[in-house]
Ligand binder design. Structure first.
Ligand SMILES: NC(=O)c1ccc[n+]([C@@H]2O[C@H](COP(=O)([O-])OP(=O)(O)OC[C@H]3O[C@@H](n4cnc5c(N)ncnc54)[C@H](O)[C@@H]3O)[C@@H](O)[C@H]2O)c1
Length: 310
């Protein structure tokens, strides 16, 4: 066990940066004393001060820009980079140059060339560069991966995945919010980079395990399609003004009414994420049952051989 626990710097005290810092604080309370937030780089003064006060970051370790943080002598072992999508690559490169282990928010970059730049920089620096593909740690996906690895569904041939962005999430993040400009960060990166990661991760679970040895089963092609059906001017309710706050005749029955959502805080977000782990447990039970019945059928006679060209 290591004697000195890592100190962490955070770049971006927004939603994600603050959330991760809270996990660091939680882990420290749970028996990892010494783990601490050592520095913050945040351009918004209010957010910077609020974050620094909450997590006990000293004055000297509060920076108004990631460039200042990485120009100063290294003050932590690792850094969490939680700026917006189009500001991941440069701070991550600077962090690696400055000798930090990097935990980088997704999408790691907005172009393939930048992804390559980042991995090459991490290799050159011989430092870990981790990307926040958090779904890998979710009980649902962990269970599914275990089942794929142990052959519960046989040899995977293709993986089809629908990213079911809830209506409120779509409206909040991708129509009104930070990710509304698809030219900067299109859905395939802003949201579906998680799916791209999961597809490779699931395929590898089988390919790298004992059952898939030599199968070479890894994604060769990934296809994705979709478009915006709902949020188009021609689908607006009759008489709707340009903005909800201008008095919309459909407000009382509209799930996207900004006044209800943001001013009177009607709790539409609460229906969002319940039941994921229950769904994972149910899927596992169903697959085990199916495997048991397949095995008992197999006792009546051999299963067809899968040998042959792949
Ligand atoms: N892993 C996941 O599941 C997941 C989920 C949601 C969002 N994200 C990603 O996390 C990232 C951050 O999202 P968010 O919602 O926290 O955004 P946010 O806008 O709340 O936070 C970003 C922060 O970075 C600060 N910032 C901007 N320029 C800076 C600079 N030069 N130096 C220092 N700070 C600077 C901003 O002032 C802001 O406070 C995004 O890339 C997003 O796609 C990941």
């Amino acid at each position: 066990m290591r004697e000195v626990l890592p100190s962490i710097a955070v770049v971006g005290a927004g939603d994600r940066g603050t959330g991760y810092a809270a996990y660091v604080e939680y882990a420290a309370r749970q028996g990892l004393p010494g783990l601490r937030i050592a520095a913050i780089a945040e351009s918004d003064p209010g957010r910077r001060t609020g974050f620094a006060e909450r997590f006990g970051v000293p004055e000297a370790a509060r920076f108004s820009d990631w460039r200042e943080l990485f120009a100063a002598p290294r003050c932590a072992e690792g850094v969490i980079i939680a700026t917006r999508d189009d500001e991941h690559v440069e701070p991550a490169l600077a962090a690696l140059r400055a000798g930090y282990t990097v935990l980088l928010e997704k999408p790691m970059a907005l172009s393939e060339a930048d992804c390559v730049r980042l991995t090459e920089a991490a290799e050159r620096a011989q430092l870990p560069l981790l990307v926040c593909h958090v779904l890998r740690y979710h009980p649902f996906w962990k269970t599914l991966r275990g089942l794929v690895a142990e052959g519960a569904i046989g040899e995977p041939v293709s993986i089809r995945h629908a990213e079911n962005v809830s209506y409120w999430h779509m409206a909040h993040s991708y129509v009104r919010g930070n990710w509304r400009d698809a030219a900067v960060s299109p859905m395939i990166l802003a949201k579906c980079c998680h799916e791209l990661d999961l597809i490779v991760w699931l395929a590898r679970a089988y390919a790298d395990g004992p059952l898939g040895r030599g199968s070479g089963l890894l994604p060769r092609r990934v296809a994705s399609f979709g478009s915006n059906l709902e949020f188009r001017p021609e689908r607006a309710p009759e008489g709707a003004p340009a903005r909800c706050i201008e008095g919309c005749p459909a407000a009382s029955r509209c799930p996207y009414d900004a006044v209800a959502l943001y001013l009177t805080a009607k709790p539409v977000f609460l229906d969002a994420a319940a039941g994921d782990s229950r769904a994972a447990a149910l899927a596992a039970r169903l697959l085990r049952r199916r495997r048991r019945s397949r095995n008992s059928r197999a006792q009546d006679g051999p299963m067809p051989s899968r040998a042959g060209p792949k």
